[in-house]
Ligand binder design. Structure first.
Ligand code: FES
Length: 164
């Protein structure tokens, strides 16, 4: 595992509770080595992720944002990740308009049993963010309280957020 000159960057990970969060947990339990830059926000479903959460993370000083949910057809809310895929793809294309390098953002799918895949995703994304370096947008990094507020905003909704 590379040691990034002892420098940790701020990578925010929005992970679906049912698959990717469980996959990250499986990787941890299995002692798969991973970079320590990632700060995880657990969401009920990738469909719950409002693109504004991601912009807010960048605005708050995130150097990279990773979203991971259940594989297509595996969403516990049937179609939340299909909604997510559309929104996140649009967001990725829109990021340059906001001055954010789209390479600082990625979305993917990892299931609960894919610990090696989770390790690969985290390692690859972290390597990419370290090559890009700290975000030039950094104004004021997210504090623990702001991270908690972001988590509570996520929890204010339920399910995938698609079904009212
Ligand atoms: Fe995991 Fe919907 S429950 S993406």
């Amino acid at each position: 595992m590379p040691v990034y000159d002892g420098k940790e960057l701020r990578i925010i990970g929005f992970l679906c509770n049912w698959c990717s969060y469980a996959g990250a947990d499986t990787a941890g339990v299995g002692r798969f080595q991973q970079p320590t830059d990632l700060r995880i926000i657990k969401v009920p479903c990738s469909g719950r992720i409002d693109p504004l959460f991601i912009l807010k993370a960048f605005q708050g000083g995130a150097d990279g944002v990773l979203v991971s949910g259940c594989h297509p057809r595996d969403c516990h809310y049937a179609e939340g990740n299909y909604y997510a895929r559309r929104r996140l793809e649009l967001l990725k294309r829109f990021l340059p308009v906001t001055g954010i390098d789209p390479d600082r953002f990625e979305y993917t799918w990892v299931s609960a049993s894919e610990a090696p895949r989770w390790q690969h995703v985290v390692q690859t994304f972290t390597d990419r963010i370290h090559k890009l370096g700290p975000s030039p947008l950094l104004a004021a990094p997210l504090t623990d309280a702001e991270m908690a507020k972001l988590q509570s905003q996520v929890e204010a909704g339920s399910g995938c957020g698609c079904h009212k």
